[in-house]
Design a protein around this ligand. Structure first.
Ligand code: C2E
Ligand code: CA
Ligand code: CA
Length: 574
């Protein structure tokens, strides 16, 4: 077989993939071939194009671009590749280069006369001792510099564009040292359960404090490590550190919390990431359910069978997989359709410029929340900075929240020293069941066609050692309860304890102020550790009780009369 059959090709366009392109380009550069140019093409606003015209049209646009490149840069001496997403890279001769680039751009614009498309191009001329990855990077840097200038369609690389490049090179060169010397640390940010106000989990976030460059933001070193396909080294390091931190606390009989670890899509390609997790958890004797995996929303754009298999493998073996940054990109809903998640983390952008009176924000958040609950997925809001945001998110039914309001990322021990209590991790399953119950509130329904009767009063009642507590309730229930005075509330609690313990029925009636309410109660979840049992109570307004003529206008007689008709216990509050 010839070499050609082994060429690694991009699945969508059939062009060379990044690795294959770089192998071939490296050979050409090293051979000293004269007059080589690398051109980096990028389609402006491709994500928005996808969003407006759909994923299939987006794929078609990628294929069309590939076909045009093949026509304008024909023959084996030209190398054409799709690196990722909408990034195409060509190695060609510098002869007639600008005409060729213009021809590519014009051909694409002719195919899409009715919309405004822009195909940007960045050019770099490598010399024979240049590294191929850095050469491509320089072409990209040139391409990026004209992102905001709509009148310029192509640009050549200049040396002063590369201050960023120096930092990237530093990151790559010093990664191993940074691991070895502990310059890269894992910090933990608390995640709080709305139902109890306790810290129930933490998210592991890496920090690089470098003796020479100072603090390097994860946004910088993670982008670089992804670009140069070294990200798995960081993620495996973070995993190891998380496991070690956990074990130290556990072995010293200190409380522990589950931890979520950020993964990159590339981890599934660059190493056997599942096996890494298996090894790390086994060596440190950590139950799999204590380690969760976050994968960011932006990586689901392409149909990645491999990623899906990877996610399912983790889930089948007892690790939770969370979708990070939901709503930040263009493919959130597609990703939910195509992959299974245990938790959705709503992106913090939802909360920036937050205004609780914004009907649009409320509609978007509560509709997505409701969707998640119907799919049996847990919900977490990121970026909570104020009490106002917290109260709002709690009212619309978010299960968990994370953000500076509760604490910034910090060393693990400090999480346990915060004023906020931590949850016993054995209770997580119990609360997760309760968190999935939807309790819509009347005032959150901005739809004009909503009838009062559509939204019931609802409450979660927890019974533990004869003591009843309202764990959560919707606004409608809260308003009703506010109208009930303490004496009545105590009578109601006693009645509820009796009826729940005796399990005498799934419904009962409350008579009060001439109203009859039917209450349906259903068991919601049981906490095996504490023995607590929670019931969901839903109120139905049956009727305003008419005064019965034969009872001589006395409400008590009317109630007695009704009690005989209704089958079920009755709690009479007035
Ligand atoms: P992310 O996963 O979305 O993490 C949340 C980021 O938001 C963190 O930034 C956190 O410090 C910040 N944040 C948390 N609460 C608030 C808030 O209330 N307000 C504001 N304005 N920001 C808040 P950080 O630590 O800089 O991390 C940035 C991103 O880097 C993370 O975003 C994550 O995608 C990535 N990352 C961090 N560590 C790792 C890692 O070990 N591996 C991988 N693959 N990615 C990582
Ligand atoms: Ca995350
Ligand atoms: Ca996030």
């Amino acid at each position: 077989m010839t070499d050609k059959l082994y060429e690694a090709r991009d699945r969508i366009t059939g062009l060379l993939d990044r690795d294959e392109f770089q192998n071939k380009a490296r050979k050409k550069i090293r051979s000293g071939e004269f007059g080589l140019a690398i051109i980096w093409f990028n389609i402006d606003n491709f994500k928005i194009y996808n969003e407006i015209f759909g994923y299939i049209s987006g794929t078609t646009l990628l294929k069309e671009t590939a076909e045009i490149l093949k026509v304008i840069f024909p023959g084996e001496h030209n190398l054409i590749s799709r690196f990722c997403d909408d990034n195409f890279v060509v190695m060609s001769s510098w002869c007639a280069l600008e005409d060729n680039i213009e021809a590519v751009q014009n051909s694409l614009y002719r195919l899409h006369k009715n919309i405004t498309l822009k195909l940007r191009a960045g050019i770099y001329f490598p010399s024979h001792n240049d590294d191929v990855a850095i050469s491509c990077d320089r072409a990209k840097t040139a391409c990026d510099t004209i992102r905001k200038n709509h009148s310029i369609k192509s640009c050549m690389y200049q040396d002063d564009m590369s201050s960023n490049l120096a930092q990237r090179q530093y990151i790559l060169d010093n990664l191993s040292d940074a691991f070895k010397n502990g310059y890269i640390k894992v910090f933990y940010q608390p995640i709080v359960r709305m139902l109890t106000g306790k810290i129930c989990e933490t998210e592991a976030l890496t920090r690089w404090e470098d003796p020479r460059l100072g603090f390097i933001s994860p946004h910088d070193f993670i982008a670089t490590l992804e670009q140069y396909r070294e990200i798995h080294r960081l993620d495996i390091y973070a995993l190891g550190q998380v496991c070690r931190d956990y074990r130290v606390r556990y072995e010293n009989n200190m409380p522990v919390l589950p931890v979520s670890i950020n993964l990159s899509r590339l981890d599934f390609e660059l190493c056997d990431i599942f096996q890494e997790f298996e090894q790390a958890t086994q060596i440190n004797n950590i139950p799999r359910k204590m380690i969760k995996i976050e994968i960011t929303e932006s990586v689901y754009g392409e149909d990645m069978a491999g990623l899906n298999l990877g996610i399912e493998k983790f889930r089948a073996n007892g690790y939770e997989v969370w979708m990070d940054d939901f709503g930040s990109g263009y493919s959130s809903l597609n990703a939910l359709k195509d992959y299974n998640f245990d938790t959705i983390k709503f992106d913090m952008k939802f909360l920036s410029g937050f205004n609780k009176n914004s009907a649009r924000l409320t509609t978007i958040l509560s509709a997505n929340l409701s969707m998640a609950k119907q799919m049996g997925i847990q919900t977490l809001a990121e970026g909570v900075e104020t009490r106002e945001q917290l109260e709002y998110l709690q009212a619309i039914g978010f299960e968990k929240a994370q953000g500076y309001f509760f604490g910034r990322p910090m060393v693990l021990d400090n999480v346990f020293n915060l004023a906020t209590d931590t949850e016993d991790f054995r209770d997580a399953e119990y609360y997760a069941k309760l968190g999935k119950i939807e309790m819509p509130s009347q005032d959150l329904m901005h739809r004009p066609d909503y009838e009062i009767a559509d939204v019931r009063r609802m409450a979660l009642l927890e019974l533990c050692n004869d003591h009843i507590e309202i764990l959560a309730q919707n606004k409608n229930h809260e308003e009703w309860l506010n109208d009930i005075h303490d004496g009545e509330f105590e009578i109601m609690k006693k009645f509820l304890s009796r009826i729940i313990i005796g399990r005498t029925g799934k419904k009962f009636y409350i008579f009060r102020k001439g109203n009859c309410i039917r209450v349906n109660i259903t068991p919601a979840a049981k906490n095996l550790r504490t023995g607590a049992q929670t019931w969901l109570a839903v109120h139905y307004d049956i009727t305003r009780i008419p005064i019965c003529p034969s009872c001589k206008h006395k409400p008590q007689d009317t109630y007695n009369c009704l009690s005989e008709i209704l089958e079920g216990e009755i709690l009479q509050l007035d």
